[in-house]
Design a protein around this ligand. Structure first.
Ligand code: CA
Length: 410
């Protein structure tokens, strides 16, 4: 074989590969060879075990056995997700070129605009089948598994709209950078739940080591018609808290409201809060009857506890009490810094006589650590604070906090 003929064969081979990668139909009839067995592989461009993407590129290679091949039959590749009962088709099947017995190629599978159906189970399990005609499965690919994106789960929070506040609950699902929420439940002041036709569609547009940014739109269909919202929110704690400082209504540039959303989990954290011995809770600033809070912070970054907290519990300090017990419900899995405080005047727990407690910190360490947090943000000393690791469905008890009373400023 001479040099130029070798080159020609190599070039034709490369062209065949290129054709195969652009469309699935590249292949041959293989009339001369015997094909005893059907073989089929489908490979996706995402690694099993990672968060589910919004779109897959699927590369297939197939060879249909002589016994199963009919040049006039239709062959197709189906993408399916495992469901609670049966598997669920992902969009229309990918039809192979008629009359081709051996081939390869690639194509794309998109998560639908409305997300995956509710019957699809998680972790997601995706397989591909090579089928002849309607429903005759010739071969099945290996299974690929994916976990839900970080902004997946049930979120609860408050929304501020005009002069009104509502509590709400909404399930979110993240596919790649796309976050969808459907059918929020509003909880009115009498704790009555109202299912509403309120859907949101957002995109993660930027991510740093501590936050990510969501941009998107929402629509609410009420008795007076459809209302559209748009805005930008910030995600803290890897999806545990979402904060939106303002959003617009019907395209107006006027800030119309705000909301926050906290991820719900299945874990529980409980313990005892103890004030220093001899604390007079009736002396100014009076602690009796004031609101206390235990927050599970996931970071002290940005010096803003309201943005850094996950689940929390509130109550009113019992008159004359020195200790109370607390339970934080619906805690998601993660690592937290439990913090207790009583803020008597709504300007933050930083005034003399107010109470503050950091899990794992003795009184003196609490004051020293809070001083670095409140006054020297560039050098926060976290060394005395104990982190609490919470698993899925775990109950943590005896997470006790010895609170300190903030001393009179020198
Ligand atoms: Ca205060």
């Amino acid at each position: 074989m001479n040099k130029s003929r070798n080159f020609l064969i190599a070039a034709l081979g490369a062209l065949a590969l290129l054709a195969g990668s652009c469309s699935s139909g590249g292949g041959s009839n293989d009339d001369d060879d015997t094909i005893a067995q059907t073989t089929f592989t489908a490979t996706v461009d995402a690694t099993s075990g990672t968060a589910i993407p919004d779109q897959f590129t699927v590369t297939i290679a197939y060879q249909i056995a002589d016994s199963a091949f009919d040049a006039t039959a239709e062959y197709s590749v189906h993408a399916r997700f495992a469901g609670a009962v049966s598997s669920i088709d992902m969009g229309a099947p990918h039809t192979l070129t008629e009359g081709i017995q051996t081939g390869s190629g690639s194509y794309k599978v998109n998560i639908p605009a409305s997300g995956l159906p509710a019957e699809v189970k998680t972790p997601y399990e995706m397989t591909f089948t090579l089928e002849k005609g309607v429903g005759e499965t010739l071969a099945t690919s290996e299974a690929y598994t994916f976990i839900p994106g970080p902004l997946t789960g049930t979120y609860t929070g408050d929304v501020h709209h005009g002069s009104n506040y509502y509590s709400y609950r909404i399930p979110l699902v993240q596919y790649g950078n796309r976050v969808l929420g459907t059918d929020a439940v509003y909880i009115d002041n009498s704790n009555i739940e109202h299912t509403e036709d309120f859907d949101i569609a957002m995109t993660v547009t930027a991510t740093t080591s501590t936050t990510s940014t969501l941009k998107g739109t929402a629509s609410y269909i009420g008795s007076s018609g459809k209302t559209s919202y748009s805005g930008e929110a910030t995600v803290y704690g890897g999806g545990k808290r979402i904060v939106c400082d303002k959003y617009t209504v019907e395209g107006s540039t006027v800030a119309a409201g705000s909301f926050f959303a906290i991820k719900n989990g299945t874990s529980k954290v409980s313990g005892t809060i103890k004030l220093p011995a001899g604390t007079d809770t009736s002396a100014a600033p009076v602690l009796d009857g004031m609101e206390w809070q235990v927050s599970l912070l996931f970071t002290f970054a940005e010096g803003d506890m309201s943005k850094n907290s996950s689940r929390y519990v509130k109550g009113l300090w019992p008159t004359g009490a020195n200790t109370i017990t607390y339970t934080v419900e619906n805690v998601p899995e993660g690592t937290f810094y439990p913090v207790f405080y009583i803020d008597t005047d709504d300007d933050g727990p930083s005034d003399a006589g107010e109470a503050i407690g950091l899990y794992g910190c003795a009184e003196a360490d609490t004051i020293a650590t809070m001083d670095t947090i409140m006054n020297h943000k560039e050098a926060i000393d976290m060394s005395k604070i104990q982190a609490l690791s919470v698993g899925t469905g775990e109950t943590k008890t005896a997470i006790d906090i010895n609170a300190a009373i903030i001393p009179v400023a020198p």
